[in-house]
Design a protein. Structure first.
Length: 56
């Protein structure tokens, strides 16, 4: 399973530098995860202040 970022994202950017494979990027309104490259480590979810990254 891969993670996705929900609409709860506040675009704080805390998750992006935590991704060990670099698949998180800033989208138009919220950050997004390239699910093809996600390794399901949960690092993004561990640092998100609003729990926006969730397992898909």
């Amino acid at each position: 399973m891969a993670y996705k970022i929900t609409e709860d994202c506040i675009s704080c950017g805390a998750c992006e530098p935590e991704c060990p494979v670099g698949v998180i990027s800033e989208g138009d309104d919220i950050y997004v995860i390239d699910q093809d490259g996600c390794i399901d480590c949960g690092a993004c979810a561990n640092v998100c202040p609003v729990d926006a990254p969730v397992e898909d």
